[in-house]
Design a protein around this ligand. Structure first.
Ligand code: ZN
Length: 229
């Protein structure tokens, strides 16, 4: 029986990755991280997204345990616009101040530790080089290096899957359409959360959000191109 662990934040990308895994693997578990993110509301939407996925195809029988790991320490060691209430801006080094140093590296290590304990071989993450904010820990080379380091360090044979690595946000919407049809697209619009400002009061055709932060802009532009196609 094939199995996978999906890094599931409650956002559009990780929800699409979770659907991708449910379409491929017999048994799929999920892991999320509470690191004091100011858009912590994404953790609150996770149960509704999981419940919605259970209603699509035979995914209910494939979807297993969900867990949220407390990584508040990440908020203690980093000062970024994602963990503090400061304006989102570009830094001198060319990276936006939403970059949380080491975040994805730390996430992958904790995910692998859980996968090891659970006897899970495949680890799925929604990192992406296209349309991204220049985060170096989202790069394909970084993930390949992480896979090597984890397999050496844990004497394991994990396979890290990154289904969104080379597609843009419009194609991510398309992928969700292919995987789960209109039901999945509607679920992603209604229940997933992407906005950095944690805004769930303003409703757009692409979902809830402030409409102005970089995450909202990417999501909105992708949805516009998806629906225009
Ligand atoms: Zn926003």
């Amino acid at each position: 029986m094939s199995n996978a662990l999906v890094l599931f934040s409650g956002g559009q990308d990780s929800t699409t990755c979770l659907a991708w895994a449910l379409a491929r693997f017999d048994h799929v578990e999920t892991i999320g991280f509470d690191y004091g993110q100011r858009h912590r509301i994404e953790l609150d939407v996770r149960p509704a997204v999981l419940a919605g996925l259970r209603k699509i195809a035979d995914w209910d029988s494939r979807l297993g345990e969900d867990r949220v790991i407390d990584l508040a320490v990440l908020g203690q060691i980093s000062q970024t616009a994602l963990t503090q209430n400061v304006a989102i801006a570009m830094q001198d080094n060319g990276l936006p101040n939403t970059f949380v140093p080491g975040r994805n590296l730390i996430f992958m290590n904790f995910a692998a530790a859980v996968a090891y304990r659970r006897g899970i071989k495949n680890i799925v993450t929604g990192v992406c080089e296209t349309d991204f904010s220049g985060y170096p820990d989202c790069r394909d080379d970084t993930m390949k290096a992480v896979q090597l380091a984890l397999n050496l360090g844990m004497e394991a044979r994990f396979v890290i899957h990154t289904p969104l690595m080379w597609i843009d946000k419009a194609q991510t919407w398309e992928l969700s359409q292919e995987l789960g049809g209109g039901a999945l697209v509607d679920l992603i619009r209604e229940d997933t959360h992407t906005c950095y400002n944690g805004d769930r009061t303003h409703r757009h055709d692409w979902g809830y959000g402030c409409g102005a932060c970089p995450a909202c802009e990417l999501r909105a532009q992708g949805y516009a191109r998806f629906t225009a196609a």
